[in-house]
Design a protein around this ligand. Structure first.
Ligand SMILES: Cc1cc2nc3c(=O)[nH]c(=O)nc-3n(C[C@H](O)[C@H](O)[C@H](O)COP(=O)(O)OP(=O)(O)OC[C@H]3O[C@@H](n4cnc5c(N)ncnc54)[C@H](O)[C@@H]3O)c2cc1C
Length: 388
């Protein structure tokens, strides 16, 4: 039996960041308990694009802070996040231009370096890109992408240096609750006595929630990505891109381009323990076609690899980050809906502050409470539907 200050369940980027920040805030004994291996969930498959374009202030503040942590990881955490400051373009069609302009203005007011750029400017920065069909284009010079494994591992190594203990291959099987308070955790490898448990188990959130009577309104969807190698290295744009006109995103990955589908797209709800981890031929074909609309040379690219990961999606495509009144000491950070990599540094800082001090001063986490769904206080995305 280990007596610890806190148990964090799930060693993805969010669990790792939360464990590190708890240790940094003075929790001397933190246990990070992982069912299999580090970053084996959504994190390991992530494109890990770190862009700062959001439609509400709280997420903009969170991602601004997170981006700074990713860029200066060595000073802020220790080790490296593998952050590549490539710059990021956002191509949008006519129907969203009004909301897009308002977003850019709001982001600028919050200190993000972002602006609307001309098509000539796009061609100057990335001559491989054809911007012709876009109604408007934003550019963030400070954004880019990180390495999801490296980031998670670096958080864990830094937390271990502060005394945190990692337990791998150790699925959590039950959580003990006594008199309405968290009392302990039982996993395959170890048993813990603890007053604090954080559920950061991503797509498996409801397996953990069920142990304390909490149900999360999340769907698990399968999300595919493909790695394309152009004929010559200079045909690969050196910037990261989200493209609403072609419903794709991509970033350079060595000599290749990593491409995924944006919205709108079909949902494929799956069982997280039993889904096809490869890619589908029609997905790959369409991804190449859509990418070639934006980067013409990609029409001749080799398809190197396709694979699938998981999103944990809430009804408003925003995460659930909160304490639970009905079970004292039980906290949640799940439901990141396909955009939770870039938020993780701020999630760890603000949730650990809430846990240790009872409030989160810089970021108002109350907007992410699970009660918003029953109360009808859902987030509204500026671009409609599920585009957070
Ligand atoms: C294809 C793809 C592309 C993406 N691209 C981006 C992007 O460009 N930018 C961005 O910001 N986000 C992106 N995301 C989303 C982002 O990767 C996720 O939101 C984020 O990584 C989720 O991290 P997490 O720590 O919350 O969950 P996860 O990484 O899923 O970690 C949960 C962990 O909990 C563990 N666990 C589960 N059950 C138990 C148990 N019983 N006991 C112990 N441990 C357990 C799992 O094994 C897992 O390791 C993408 C996701 C995918 C799939």
């Amino acid at each position: 039996m280990h007596n610890v200050d806190a148990v964090v369940i799930g060693a993805g980027i969010n669990g790792a960041s939360i464990a590190f920040n708890l240790a940094k805030r003075g929790c001397r004994t933190v246990a990070l308990v992982e069912r299999f291996t580090v970053a084996c969930g959504g994190t390991g498959k992530s494109a890990a694009i770190v862009r700062q374009h959001y439609s509400n202030q709280v997420l903009v503040k969170m991602v601004k802070r997170s981006r700074d942590v990713f860029e200066f990881f060595g000073d802020e955490v220790g080790g490296s996040a593998g952050f590549a400051k490539t710059g990021w373009f956002f191509f949008v069609p006519q129907e969203v231009v009004e909301g897009f302009k308002k977003n850019i203005q709001m982001q600028q007011q919050l200190g993000i370096r972002t602006s609307i750029v001309s098509k000539d400017e796009v061609r100057r920065i990335a001559p491989q890109i054809n911007p012709d069909d876009a109604a408007a284009i934003a550019y963030e010079p400070d954004s880019g992408y990180a390495d999801p494994y490296e980031s998670t591992v670096s958080y864990i190594q830094a937390a271990r240096a502060l005394g945190m203990k990692l337990f791998q291959s150790s699925p959590v099987r039950s959580i003990r609750v006594r008199n309405g308070k968290v009392d302990g955790v039982v996993s395959d490898k170890a048993e813990f006595s603890t007053p604090i448990v954080v559920n950061a188990s991503g797509p498996w959130a409801n397996v953990i929630g069920e142990m304390v009577g909490v149900t999360y309104p999340i769907q698990i969807t399968r999300e595919q990505e493909v790695l394309l190698r152009p004929q010559t290295p200079d045909e690969c744009p050196a910037v990261s891109v989200s493209d609403m006109c072609n419903a794709i995103y991509f970033h350079p990955f060595g000599r290749e381009l990593l491409v995924g589908r944006g919205f709108p797209k079909k949902y494929e709800e799956v069982d997280p323990d039993n889904y096809r981890e490869g890619s589908d031929p029609d997905f790959v074909e369409e991804a190449v076609e859509r990418t070639a609309n934006r980067v013409p040379a990609m029409a001749h690219a080799l398809i190197l690899k396709g694979y699938s990961g998981l999103y944990d999606v809430t009804p408003d495509w925003h995460p659930i980050i909160c304490a639970h009144k009905e079970v004292e000491g039980f906290y949640t950070a799940v439901g990141f809906s396909g955009h939770g990599f870039k938020l993780a540094p701020s999630v760890g800082e603000s949730l650990s502050e809430l846990i240790v001090t009872g409030k989160s001063a810089a970021i108002d986490l109350s907007v992410f409470d699970i009660e918003r769904f029953a109360a009808g206080r859902l987030f509204q995305a500026a671009y409609g539907g599920n585009r957070a």
